[in-house]
Ligand binder design. Sequence first.
Ligand code: HEC
Ligand code: HEC
Length: 89
Amino acid sequence: MPMTSKNKLLYNIVFFIFCGGLLVFLLNAPEETTKKLPEDEIHQKFQTIDRKEAEKSCEECHNPEGELPLPEGHPPKYRCIFCHKQVKK
Ligand code: HEC
Ligand code: HEC
């Protein structure tokens, strides 16, 4: 069945309403809440160096037997600083 131009208009309107809704949804997304890399003595040296370089050291302390194990249910831990961002000055 060929689409009449009236139908096309209707599909376009539905499409635009959908896009508008999607935009509103994305703009309302919650702010980022994941903790940043702490600004204390322990972590200060990781604030400025290359992220990949820094990430090699995190698990020296943040491992199951370490000083501060990752909490239960922690998301996949690949690339720490991707989520726990460095505090940029
Ligand atoms: C020398 C041990 C050590 C290393 C290495 C280390 N941490 Fe930590 N980390 C700690 C300790 C102890 C705490 C808890 C006290 C604090 O906030 O400093 C902590 C706390 C944290 C917290 C939670 C802060 C909060 O507000 O609760 C995050 C996030 C974190 N570290 C991420 C990292 C990342 C990412 C790296 C690698 C770049 C890293 N740590 C390297 C010892 C370490
Ligand atoms: C995919 C994102 C992601 C990655 C990658 C990631 N984390 Fe987390 N991490 C979180 C979230 C979300 C929490 C929950 C608490 C919060 O808001 O910080 C958390 C919590 C933590 C905490 C506990 C903070 C507290 O309040 O006790 C530590 C320590 C931590 N992460 C360290 C690390 C380390 C070290 C790595 C790399 C080995 C890492 N994280 C990788 C998202 C991530």
